[in-house]
Design a protein around this ligand. Structure first.
Ligand code: GLA
Length: 728
């Protein structure tokens, strides 16, 4: 519920469990007063204390009063150059070369429903689910306007924000930093959690104290990156899974980003998030508009678990869209680790028929089916079937696979071009390259200039033909390198700073076109695994391949980190062969399945190479996955242990919203001789309900939660168990 209290010029944004508050001060500055547990709506304006602080300047309106300074007040949308020396969200270059911006309140509107952003992904609200507040600010001296958008989802405890800038003056203005949100939290002793890593080891949580000065994570790779996810958490020092105040902020965007946490001279904490200002310069001629992407925020007064569950619900119901939003996703078999580039029609059919017998529902033909693509040095950009490998084209192959009772999907990497390709021969200028400089390769390929509509439309036309040529129900959209040599022949020199963002807009535009033309195709995002795993992509692709690392034990770590923001239903996860391709480790088949089930579930191996026993295990796993699907995909998720801390075993739980059923998954570490007894403690059961635990007995919820479930002893390294609890 959004409330404006005219007498105190105060905005209250209430969700069921949180309140977010800011006010308009007498000089038109927007000052942030509160974000935390739900309150009745009293003004927290009394927290805005003032003192004469040396070297903290005062606006002219303050007259002889030296106690008001933007440098020390908590602000809603701080700009630069007029008195606040903390990290700003807005920096400009005015026509006269000055860099000051001074945004003051002009007007506001409150409306039902959730705002949308043209060309950009955003959370959406069904009828009655959300409200929108728009606050218009203007710099009276240049005419630059900023409309701050707030979307309030009471049931989800979610608040979204975005900003629309318009040059309302008569001179050009360049935005050199236009971030999406600032959260000034006042003086608090907080920890910062970021989700960091590398290719094949994404989203490992890193928790550290917020210290004086600036802590920053960012990506300047043109994509969200494997190195840092664009989701961060601030929480009280003693906050844990089930207690303490926590704030989560996620950017709904897939390109360069920056998140800054700054603890100021008096201990106040500021969090800012948005597009990275690095090589960002957006030129606004009079009347022109720039929209900064959305951020979503949630606050939990009862620990990290609730914070995560808030995001999970919001992402599942108010970000993912379309035909596949609530449908069960097919159990797939992907050919990448099964065959790499080495396949032809015969081999695919053999793999398919072997997979079909085990209950696999979808065969995905990964990289290598198009152009002259026999390795990763050539062929990208030529999106037509390689007839040497698939002589009759796709249709006869797909028909045979369909006849086995399976659907069929393909891999694409539309944003890329190999120099050895027809596309590059015809349009060398379509790749991002700086004239007069040798271009930098990544995975031996170049990036297409998706900021140019003609470029992505031409690639799309090729892919559309393929998708129309056969019964294709799934597409894996990959993106396998960081951007370099970012220069476009279509932009003048002073607009090259717009290119990174325009590239992302081009990717979104093509995705939107594709889901419009093929609404029933399931698109899975991918960027060398989890290099573009973010809320922006999830608006178009309801699942994303979480990592190129398929090792079950490594996956425990990265799926644990991923779960802080993202629900199980979006996490692409497969069972692969052993010894594992990335680590050389051998884990039991059962364990690999338990881990992959905490994701979209599928296989990435050659089923022909499995023993009869393994194939029957595979059949049983697919049945189990279907049996537990409603819990895995829609249940409330709880992290029962932290695999970075506890080596003995890792456990997590999916619980039905009405608590009548739960699935506790456990994976043990290395075996030890004469090992101590181990117990797992479920969480969030109904204490008074009696549950049947598969293969064990009937117990009250309180018994199970406080007494725990004993884990079996022995069995070798990396054993795993799933305990299914059902109300009797
Ligand atoms: C990326 C993906 C893999 C696979 C290969 C194909 O690395 O993450 O899953 O599709 O590309 O080249």
């Amino acid at each position: 519920m959004i409330e404006f209290v005219a007498s105190s010029r105060l905005f209250n944004l209430h969700t069921h469990h949180t309140t977010y508050q800011f006010l308009i001060d007498p000089n038109g500055f927007l000052l942030h007063t509160y974000y935390g547990r739900r309150c009745g709506g009293d003004s927290f304006g009394y927290l805005l204390r003032q003192a004469d602080r040396g070297f903290s300047p005062n606006p002219r309106e303050a007259g002889r009063d030296r106690t008001f300074s933007l440098d020390t007040q908590p602000q809603e949308f701080p700009a630069v150059g007029v008195g606040d020396f903390r990290t700003p969200v807005l920096e400009v270059e005015n026509a006269d070369g000055s860099c000051a911006a001074d945004l003051r309140y002009v007007s506001h509107t409150i409306s039902s429903g959730k705002y949308a952003l043209e060309g950009l992904p955003a959370f959406y609200g069904e009828e009655g689910e959300a409200e929108t507040l728009e606050v218009l600010l203007r710099d009276p001296w240049t005419g630059l306007e900023a409309t701050l958008y707030y979307g309030v989802f009471p049931q989800l405890d979610l608040i979204t924000r975005a900003v629309r800038f318009q040059n309302g003056g008569s001179q050009p203005i360049a935005l050199t930093r236009a971030m999406s949100a600032c959260l000034d939290l006042g003086r608090m002793d907080l920890d910062l959690i970021t989700f960091d890593g590398y290719h094949t080891g994404e989203r490992h949580p890193c928790r550290q104290a917020v210290r004086p000065g600036l802590q920053q994570i960012s990506s300047i790779r043109g994509i969200t990156s494997h190195q840092h996810n664009n989701f961060v958490v601030l929480c009280q020092k003693d906050a844990g899974e089930t207690h303490g105040l926590c704030y989560g902020m996620a950017l709904v965007y897939s390109g360069n980003f920056e998140a800054n946490v700054e603890r100021s001279q008096f201990g106040d904490v500021r969090l800012t998030m948005g597009i990275s200002p690095w090589h960002f310069r957006f030129q606004l001629a009079p009347g022109e508009v720039f929209t900064a992407p959305e951020v979503s925020m949630t606050c939990s007064g009862s620990g990290l678990q609730t914070m995560s569950q808030n995001f999970h619900r919001a992402i599942r119901h108010n970000l993912c869209r379309g035909w596949w939003k609530t449908r069960r996703r097919p159990v797939l078999l992907n050919t990448w680790e099964a065959a790499y580039f080495d396949f032809d029609q015969q081999k695919l059919l053999e793999i398919a028929s072997s997979a079909a017998e085990t209950g696999v529902e979808l065969l995905v033909m990964d990289d290598g089916w198009f152009g002259e693509r026999n390795d990763d040095y050539e062929g990208l950009g030529d999106w037509f079937v390689n007839l040497k490998k698939l002589p009759g084209g796709l249709a006869p192959l797909v028909e045979q696979i369909n006849a086995m009772g399976m659907d069929f999907g393909i891999w694409i990497e539309p944003e890329m071009v190999s120099e050895k390709s027809r596309l590059y021969q015809e349009h060398p200028d379509w790749a991002l390259q700086i004239p007069g400089r040798p271009s930098t390769r990544g995975r031996s390929q170049l990036v297409l200039d998706f900021s140019r509509e003609e470029v992505w439309r031409s690639v799309y036309a090729q892919i559309k033909k393929v998708l129309e040529s056969a019964n294709i129900t799934y597409v894996k959209w990959d993106m396998n390198r960081s951007l370099t040599d970012v220069w476009s022949g279509a932009l003048p020199a002073q607009r090259q700073g717009e290119l990174y963002h325009r590239y992302v807009l081009g990717v979104y535009a093509m995705l939107e076109q594709m889901i419009t033309d093929f609404p029933k195709i399931l698109i899975e995002g991918c960027s060398g695994g989890g290099g573009r795993f973010d809320c922006g992509m999830l608006y178009y692709t309801p699942q994303i391949w979480a990592s190129d690392n398929t090792d079950a034990m490594d996956r425990l770590l990265l799926q644990y980190g991923t779960s802080f923001c993202y629900p199980t239903s979006v996490v692409g996860s497969h069972v692969s062969a052993v010894p594992n391709e990335q680590t050389g480790r051998t884990t039991p088949l059962n364990t690999r399945a338990v881990v992959a089930m905490s994701g979209t579930f599928g296989y990435e191996l050659d089923p022909r190479k499995l023993s009869e026993r393994e194939r029957s295990q595979m059949r049983a796993q697919i049945d189990e996955f279907k049996r537990f699907y409603h819990l895995l995909q829609d249940g409330d998720y709880a992290r029962l242990t932290n695999p970075f801390r506890d080596q003995e075993f890792t456990a997590w739980q999916h619980t039905a919203p009405d608590r009548s059923e739960a699935l506790v998954s456990v994976v043990a570490g290395m075996a030890r001789s004469n090992a101590p007894f181990r117990t797992v403690y479920p969480r969030g059961l109904d204490p008074d309900m009696v549950y049947q635990v598969d293969g064990w007995g009937c117990f009250r919820g309180d018994t199970l939660m406080y007494g725990g479930i004993p884990l079996p002893q022995g069995g070798g390294d990396y054993q795993s168990w799933q305990f299914h609890l059902k109300k009797v």
